[in-house]
Design a binder for this molecule. Structure first.
Ligand SMILES: O=C(CO)[C@H](O)[C@H](O)COP(=O)(O)O
Length: 216
């Protein structure tokens, strides 16, 4: 499978959000990655439903919604209604993960589970067959522009190995510190969906950077 690029809207210019959404529409990006932070699960607050709906109104590509919130079950319906095409919940934020994953699937959204850098891949063993995607965090969640954690390569190889038998079509997404210098090695390790924020939006030509990430 060709890999997918999901620019992280967290690094967009919120005062020019429509411009940045159109940039992604007209680029070689595949998805919009939308980070929801609650100031509880992570030490930062990003944005909520009104902004998500505003993005959806203009977006011509799927919205990959990453929930960095405690007890996400409370809001799954609302995120679907606001435009989510896939919903990622954190392993660390769910009490009954299997139930949460089933609830996401019942909404006809792609279901994904994210793990923090300190959470072992082996904790996903009993849920992997149920998932459309796993998100391996390569920074501690909460902020864009952080330094990539090198141990991520090992974790990607581990999840790829688990997926070979349990779920060969599993999408393996990596998020945090992804740029043109590490994307090839991340792909070799097993990732096939790449989230990138700072490395795209800090450039003079974000759409050229998206192309570079797409054509590795
Ligand atoms: O989930 C996130 C932060 O928790 C962001 O999506 C991620 O950090 C992407 O930003 P960058 O590419 O700038 O590291």
């Amino acid at each position: 499978m060709d890999h997918l690029i999901a620019p992280s809207v967290l690094s967009a210019d919120f005062a020019n959000l429509q411009r940045d959404v159109e940039m992604i529409n007209n680029s070689e990006a595949d998805w919009f990655h939308v980070d929801i932070m609650d100031g509880m699960f992570v030490p930062n607050i990003s944005f909520g439903f009104p902004v998500l709906k505003a993005i959806k109104k203009h977006a011509k590509k799927p919205l990959d919604v990453h929930l960095m919130i405690v007890d996400p079950d409370r809001y799954l319906n609302d995120f679907k209604d606001a435009g989510a095409d896939s919903i990622t919940v954190h392993f660390e934020a769910c009490t009954h993960l299997h139930r949460t994953v089933q609830a996401i699937k019942q909404l006809n959204c792609k279901a994904a589970v994210a793990i923090n850098p300190a959470t072992p891949v082996s904790f996903l063993k009993d849920i992997i067959a149920e998932l459309d995607m796993v998100l391996i965090m390569s920074v501690n969640p909460g902020f864009g522009g952080q330094k990539f954690i090198e141990h991520t390569y090992t974790k990607l190889a581990e999840i790829k190995q688990l997926a070979i038998n349990a779920n060969p079509n599993l999408l393996i997404e990596v998020d945090g510190g992804v740029d043109t210098s590490n994307i090839s090695k991340l792909k070799e390790a097993g990732a096939n969906v790449f989230v990138a924020g700072n490395s795209i939006f800090s450039k003079d030509s974000p759409s050229d950077t998206i192309s570079s990430l797409k054509h590795i």
